[in-house]
Design a protein around this ligand. Structure first.
Ligand code: ZN
Length: 814
């Protein structure tokens, strides 16, 4: 891999400059691998990774066990699978920046986990280990560096699990009885040592004199790159935009401490006792000197001058016995020859997507920038049954462009991210093919092979089909090319809420993936429900065209949650995919195919009162949920929050973290309290105790804590069965806590004034009772409610019991 291509336009064929070529030449003479290992996108230490890849010049990779699907999204509305796709691309972008590689396992980031026992129970531990072992056997790290300790110092259960599993994988990778299925293509591999990239978070006393600790100064300056590794690390880390991790680089000494965990102990240097010269390959001793000469003779004004020498090195390596380093270094040399020649080769499609069976037109551009003889002799792809033999001579700096048309076979796969292809995914792991273990992303949808000849050297290059266009503001933009279904059916809401016997209209957007689409779109009507019309004929002439269909859906008389699926029938074929595009400037555009379905939730819920004011905090979808069950919800801006204005509302609800995020909260707080005192219901959802805009956010003292109940099925014991909040207008029972998602609640208060009534008691297994999830107090003529219950998750997910409880909360003063 060519080093440090700092490019946001990930799809643009990268033309390495002389500095990058020089770095890569130096790397050709280093035969070592290091694997950094942790749980999530953002756990990785980009300083240490950048240092390893560019200073030690070893092949460096980060293995993130998950894709970060369980987090929050600071750049858009995607969550779960969509967020996992974004964070995958952010990690790949980070690795392009710091010059390393990225691996994953099939483990799903299912959300916060308090301990490794829980994590390893939810993940399919045996399959996650399978993938880790496969990565180790493919990549063959000499050293593995854990981000987290196995003793729990890293907090999150996923973090601790990553360390525990790393120790197991270390042993298993070398064991021929472990995962023997992998050994048809890979060999067992013995990692030399496992280290912990310790930190002062969990080891306050660590320093460069600590016993058994290897210290590295990763703050060094690289004059070829024109930056220090901590500056490079900031650029890499700033790719994690969905997490708001834009980072500012620093300069100067920066010590990292590596603590011994397993394998051979090192005294002074991380790669101690490992031969990282060509001496490690039998018969390869002389190759190091040959490469040293290429490096010494390198002329940045004319990199092409080293092509002949590289060809000599290549033939010397070709004479070695087949093996890992031979294959790896031959591929690096081919890339270097191409880079030195300034060869530019791209295949651009006439659109960014097509469907199986369709024709696409490709425009191929090839140009050679050396005085060496070069030619393009063949372009082919087994996938699309294309094979063109040619003898196109590539004269120096003469641009060659030509068009060709290919037919995409019916059998080609859609461009669904490979870990989302199977819908049998459970909470803990994605269902993938074992052969895909470790892979970051799909291969390009169509990958051409090009045979070129440079200075008498025949080489085969990968040329992905891409799409590019000119944006009047941003300039030339690239995006990947996709294969999509001929028709997609998109539903705007993943969940539609009904009250009993209610009719609602559902809009369905049908989009053509081909020209002259003719199809019949049908709902698959669940028993007891009514949906009209029962089918609609759709004719769309132009690829990309859309038609909106409206269906009237009527719910039955009983509480029920059921999917409403749609399908498009074309002859004998049935299509049932929705299509989501993910477009951001910092990552290549992505698509996700979903099921063309929405969840119908018919809730037996009564409401009292009609008008609710909502003050947003960090952002949540609770207002839409309240509208769904019949409330009029007004989202209040700062100037609306006056006592005279608030009086009209039956309840005023604060969004999650409003006291944290709204700096003006202390100034309008008194009006909110007076509103409650005069008979209103004021509902405050969870805040965190750090960065509160005021400690006095409630009428009677409440001290916030960090208690949370992460098990979504944890028992909710009722402490105040007679309280109005559990009885009017809806009688809340244990059944209302069925089918919750992700958790019960978070950041519960730890202490509160006796004027509050604690309504529920709950806890995760093995923990003491936590009683602060829902606190309610009479205040003057009205009520104040503080709740850490995760309404912000349960309401958008259509959890019926959460709706019924929330309806009672906002109805308290009526
Ligand atoms: Zn993490």
């Amino acid at each position: 891999m060519l080093i440090a291509s700092v490019s946001l336009l990930a799809q643009k064929p990268h033309q390495p400059n002389s500095a990058e070529i020089y770095q890569s030449l130096k790397k050709l003479n280093v035969l070592g691998n290091v694997l950094y290992l942790a749980a999530h996108p953002d756990d990785e230490n980009t300083r240490l990774i950048g240092y390893m890849a560019n200073h030690e010049l070893v092949n460096t990779a980060y293995l993130a066990l998950t894709r970060g699907d369980g987090g929050q999204n600071l750049v858009g509305s995607e969550l779960r699978e969509g967020l996992g796709v974004i964070r995958t691309q952010e990690l790949l972008a980070a690795r392009r920046t710091d010059g390393s590689q990225q691996f994953f396992t099939r483990a799903n980031d299912f959300g916060y986990s308090k301990n490794p026992e829980e994590t390893l129970q939810i993940w399919d531990k045996e399959r996650v280990l399978h993938d880790m072992v496969a990565v180790i056997r493919q990549f063959r790290p000499d050293v593995i560096i854990n981000r987290f300790p196995a003793n729990g110092g890293g907090g999150h259960g996923h973090h601790t699990s990553s360390a525990i599993l790393a120790e197991e994988a270390f042993t298993l990778a070398a064991d021929k009885n472990a995962y023997p299925d992998q050994l048809t293509q890979l060999d067992v591999w013995q990692v030399k040592r496992l280290l912990l990239n310790t930190g002062r978070w969990w080891n306050k006393d660590i320093n460069e004199n600590s016993e058994g600790v290897v210290t590295i100064d990763v703050g060094q300056y690289n004059s070829v790159l024109g930056q220090s590794y901590n500056e490079l690390a900031a650029l890499s880390r700033s790719n994690h935009k969905s997490q708001g991790f834009g980072a500012t680089g620093s300069r100067g000494e920066q010590l990292e401490f590596l603590e011994y965990v397993k394998g051979d102990q090192a005294e002074d240097h991380v790669f101690e006792g490992i031969d990282m010269t060509w001496g490690r390959v039998k018969g390869g001793e002389s190759i190091g000197n040959m490469i040293e000469n290429v490096i010494n003779n390198f002329n940045p004004n004319a990199p092409e001058q080293c092509i002949q020498e590289l060809i000599t090195v290549k033939s010397a390596i070709s004479n070695l016995k087949d093996g890992f380093w031979k294959a790896k270094k031959l591929a690096e040399i081919d890339q270097l020859i191409v880079a030195c020649s300034g060869l530019y080769l791209e295949a651009v499609a006439d659109d960014y997507y097509t469907s199986p069976g369709e024709k696409i037109s490709l425009r191929i551009e090839a140009i050679n920038r050396t005085s060496d003889q070069a030619s393009l002799t063949r372009i082919w792809s087994d996938e699309v049954k294309m094979d063109t033999t040619m003898g196109l001579s590539l004269d120096r700096n003469k641009n060659n462009r030509f068009n060709t048309t290919i037919t995409v076979p019916q059998s080609i796969s859609y461009s669904q991210p490979y870990w989302l292809v199977s819908r049998q995914t459970n909470d803990g792991t994605y269902s993938i093919k074992d052969n895909d273990a470790g892979k970051g992303e799909n291969q390009p949808a169509i990958l051409l092979n090009a045979e070129v000849n440079i200075a008498g050297q025949k080489m085969t290059l990968d040329v992905p089909v891409i799409y590019k266009w000119n944006d009047p503001v941003k300039g030339e933009l690239y995006r990947p090319f996709y294969i999509i279904p001929p028709v997609s059916i998109n539903l705007s809401d993943p969940v539609v809420i009904f009250r009993k016997n209610q009719s609602r209209e559902i809009d369905v957007v049908v989009k053509a993936g081909i020209n002259n689409l003719s199809t019949v779109v049908k709902p698959i009507i669940p028993k007891g429900w009514k949906v009209v019309p029962e089918q609609v004929n759709v004719q769309l002439e132009i690829k990309g065209e859309e038609q909106v269909l409206t269906f009237k859906v009527t719910s039955p008389n009983k509480q029920q949650t059921i999917p409403l699926k749609f399908e498009a029938v074309m002859g004998n074929d049935i299509y049932n995919n929705g299509l989501t595009e993910i477009n951001y400037d910092h990552i290549p555009s992505q698509i996700i195919l979903t099921e063309a379905a929405t969840k119908l939730v018919n809730i037996d819920v009564e409401i009292v009162g009609s008008k609710i004011g909502y003050i947003h905090g960090a952002g949540d979808l609770v207002p839409d949920g309240l509208r769904n069950i019949g409330f009029e919800v007004v989202e209040l801006e700062n100037e609306d929050i006056t006592l005279e204005n608030l009086i009209q509302y039956d309840a005023v609800v604060l969004g999650i973290r409003a006291v944290n995020t709204d700096k003006r909260f202390p100034f309008y707080k008194d009006d909110l309290m007076k509103y409650a005192e005069q008979g209103g219901t004021l509902v405050m959802q969870y805040n965190t105790r750090h960065r509160l805009s005021t400690e006095e956010f409630a009428p009677y003292p409440i001290k916030l804590g960090r208690d949370r109940v992460t098990l979504e099925s944890a028992e909710m014991r009722i402490l105040a069965p007679k309280h109005r909040i559990l009885n009017e207008p809806n009688i809340i029972t244990n059944a209302d806590f069925d089918n919750w998602v992700q958790e019960r609640g978070l950041y519960f208060p730890s202490e509160w004034d006796e004027k509050y009534t604690a309504v529920f008691s709950s806890n995760d297994p093995g923990e003491t009772a936590k009683d602060g999830s829902l606190l309610v107090a009479n205040y003057g003529e009205g009520h104040f409610v503080y709740t850490g219950i995760s309404f912000f998750r349960e309401i958008p997910a259509g959890v019926a019991g959460a709706y019924r409880l929330l309806a009672n909360i906002v109805s308290l003063s009526k």
